[in-house]
Design a protein around this ligand. Structure first.
Ligand SMILES: [Zn+2]
Length: 428
């Protein structure tokens, strides 16, 4: 029945989805050369299209003295200047293509600076995005209509519950609305028949820990647990694996870019090379969405630090580029008394501790004032690890920063989503 409901939904929402799914199944085992040739072909189409239909890109390409016909190799893409979220918001109308589309899908994402980014996606863009997710599911033998449990943030509006419950019912999903024991017990009962779980990894971990602490028996046979939107701390994995029987795998993407990468059963995040071109310059990711014809996304600075690997051959046989690590949001800088530091510094501090001691720490750092940091840790540290943490902090900030380390405390949450660094310091 759920399969039927699902197929009706697809017909109504986006009839291009089945074609996109078939295509991505066919290219799953393509060679690198085949993938790159395909990327170049689609890139040429996109850039010509943008030049013809988007006022913003026409101006930009003219200024860069770059006519679409000069695009002969993938490396030529670098001749087009990158674009930022700020520009997507400010030049919104000039970026949107003026062509006639039969139907477009409205999209909105929150901007970190306040004003949201809104744009319209053409149907092929949407279909490719969703097909990329579904291909990832297929690697775990999951169908989109299979039964799943959903984890979301805390701040759900109670009045919307019944609406969500009806929606969830239709897509064979159950979700957890609060993290009280009674809710968790209901959730566990639902787990018996679930095929997969998805949502904020901090929530998945939180529930796993609750189940472990309270020694609640669970019976489940999950095929996949997928973390979205948030950093998946290594420290989550042992507990989640012990309780739910699987580690959390990651899906990486954004509304503007679509799915960028999906983790395979061998533990490598493969980029969806058929949909996106990923470049990494000085640690920062730039994404070109090959099907973004209604609102061209070309060399978009997404705002994450990542590492990629184009050499390693994954045991799963896929030749798609591997994202080895999403190190964090570029976001706000850390402000010392004298200097400023990239927020990525925390990634290195805690990575060094894991490398040396094998202890993964769940952390969050808050900055309330210039020259001071509050390190929040959920667990308690052994004296030697605490000493090492202090040494690492001094190594990176020297005398420029005062700090407090608070152990055994909860994390600060902003709208449900967990961030590893939150700054309350106003910067001008
Ligand atoms: Zn793989």
């Amino acid at each position: 029945m759920y399969k039927w409901i699902y197929k009706q939904g697809v017909k109504r929402r986006n009839h291009l989805l089945p074609t996109a799914e078939n295509f991505l199944q066919g290219t799953d085992k393509w060679s690198r050369a085949e993938l790159e040739a395909y990327q170049l072909e689609k890139l040429k189409v996109l850039v010509s299209w943008a030049y013809k239909h988007s006022e913003h890109y026409r101006r930009k390409l003219d200024e860069a003295n770059m006519h679409p016909t000069q695009l002969q190799t993938l490396a030529d893409l670098q001749r087009i200047p990158p674009i930022t979220k700020k520009t997507l918001i400010e030049e919104n109308e000039a970026i949107h293509a003026t062509a006639n589309f039969k139907r477009l899908i409205y999209s909105e994402t929150s901007g970190s600076t306040g004003s949201p980014l809104t744009f319209y996606r053409n149907l092929e863009w949407d279909a490719r995005h969703r097909a990329a997710i579904h291909r990832g599911y297929s690697w775990y033998d999951i169908q989109p209509w299979d039964r799943n449990g959903y984890f979301w943030g805390y701040n759900l509006d109670v009045k919307k519950h019944w609406k969500l419950k009806i929606m969830d019912k239709l897509v064979n999903r159950f979700r957890i609305f609060s993290y009280e024991k009674k809710e968790i017990l209901t959730f566990i009962k639902n787990l018996n028949r679930a095929d997969y779980l998805e949502g904020y990894s901090s929530m998945i971990y939180y529930v796993a820990r609750k189940i472990e602490q309270e020694n609640i028996a669970i019976n489940t046979n999950l095929k996949m647990i997928k973390g979205t939107s948030e950093k998946i701390f290594d420290a989550y994995q042992p507990t989640v694996k012990k309780v739910f029987g699987r580690k959390i795998i990651s899906e990486y993407g954004a509304a503007e870019t679509g799915i960028i990468a999906f983790e395979c059963p061998e533990g490598n995040m493969h980029t969806t090379m058929e949909n996106v071109i990923v470049e990494v310059i000085e640690g920062e990711i730039y994404v070109t969405n090959l099907f973004s014809h209604s609102f061209p996304i070309i060399r978009y600075a997404l705002g994450d630090y990542v590492e990629i690997d184009t050499e390693t051959k994954c045991a799963c046989g896929r030749e798609h580029t591997i994202v080895t690590s999403v190190m964090g949001r570029i976001g706000k800088e850390i402000i010392g008394h004298q200097e400023t530091y990239p927020s990525l510094t925390f990634y290195y501090i805690f990575k060094n501790i894991v490398m040396d001691s094998g202890d993964a720490i769940r952390y969050q750092v808050l900055q309330h004032q210039k020259g001071h940091l509050e390190f929040r840790l959920e667990q308690h540290l052994s004296p030697s690890i605490r000493k090492q943490l202090e040494a690492e902090i001094v190594k990176y900030f020297a005398q420029d920063m005062k700090y407090d380390i608070r152990e055994g405390v909860d994390f600060y949450r902003d709208g449900g989503k967990l961030k590893d660094f939150v700054s309350f310091v106003e910067t001008v």
